[in-house]
Design a protein around this ligand. Structure first.
Ligand SMILES: C[S@@+](CC[C@H](N)C(=O)[O-])C[C@H]1O[C@@H](n2cnc3c(N)ncnc32)[C@H](O)[C@@H]1O
Length: 260
């Protein structure tokens, strides 16, 4: 079972950087600008589904659709499908948006394939905006992680978990089986009660890392250069912009571009 099938039950406990807040949604809207045609949403992020008039949400995971999609309307529909196999007509969408979507595929090759698919599907002049999880130039070290976990926390547990994932991706390669995040966490922090006491992170939030147990899913945590290397031609005005102020926001830029 992939952890996406287990996530919906805990969805309400997620905060940035894992979920978008109002400032992130506002930034996506600002980058997309006024839009009159259909918007492709890569995933079922409800805040983004509700941010545009005419939206097609696409997600391959039925449990995520059932639990997080805000419901179909005349102009808002969801399609259970793989982004990489989408059959929608070329040059169709006025915009494409997502939140962490490029990190939810399984390899750098799939990041490139997803970019290519998006460029195909966008109408000329169509805009793209998606928040990224970007591995920093200066890697997070094991000593930093251990130090963070030994005193009153200065950032939330999800941001810490992403630092651990980015640390692992630095050594294992950008594509990372999520089971490894939990395994390394258990090695570094075998006593969760103590971790909760030292940091102030609620034990039930720490235990959310167990959602990765046995999951076959990979995440990809590319560096800025790896994202740039994956960009195909056919785009203009490619830019990376801050997405807001929240824990680990420095590793979560918005990527935006337009189709030629
Ligand atoms: C959009 S991403 C990141 C979650 C995001 N931060 C949020 O707040 O919704 C997560 C979603 O991507 C979906 N997903 C991952 N790879 C996919 C693919 N190749 N095709 C369709 N959906 C995919 C997963 O099922 C999951 O629901």
């Amino acid at each position: 079972m992939t952890h996406w099938q287990r996530y919906p039950a805990s969805w309400s406990k997620l905060v940035p950087p894992l979920r978008p807040d109002a400032q992130i949604v506002a930034k996506v809207k600002e980058l997309i600008g006024p839009v009159t045609g259909p918007v492709l949403l890569l995933g079922v992020t409800p805040e983004l589904a509700q941010a545009f008039e005419n939206v097609l949400g696409v997600d391959k995971n039925k449990a995520m659709i059932d639990r997080t999609w805000p419901g179909d309307t005349e102009t808002r529909k969801v399609l259970p499908a793989d982004w990489l196999d989408l059959n929608e007509p070329k040059n169709h969408f006025a915009a494409a948006v997502g939140d962490g979507s490029l990190n939810a595929v399984s390899s750098l090759r799939e990041v490139r394939l997803l970019f290519e698919r998006v460029v195909d599907l966008l109408a000329p002049g169509g805009r793209f905006a998606c928040r990224l999880y970007e591995r920093p130039m200066q890697p997070f070290t094991q000593d930093q992680l251990l130090d963070l976990g030994s005193r009153r926390a200065s950032l939330n547990f999800h941001a810490f978990k992403w630092q651990l994932a980015m640390h692992l991706a630095e050594t294992c390669g950008a594509a990372l089986p999520v089971v490894l995040i939990r395994e390394r966490f258990n090695e570094l922090f075998p006593d969760r009660d103590r971790l909760a006491r030292d940091t102030g992170w609620p034990r039930e939030i720490i235990d959310m890392i167990d959602i990765y147990r046995g999951s076959p899913t990979l995440y990809v945590f590319p560096s800025r250069q790896e994202f740039l290397n994956a960009l195909p031609g056919g785009m203009s005005n490619v830019r990376f912009e801050p997405s807001g102020r929240y824990d680990l926001a420095e590793c979560c830029p918005m990527l935006a571009f337009s189709k030629h």
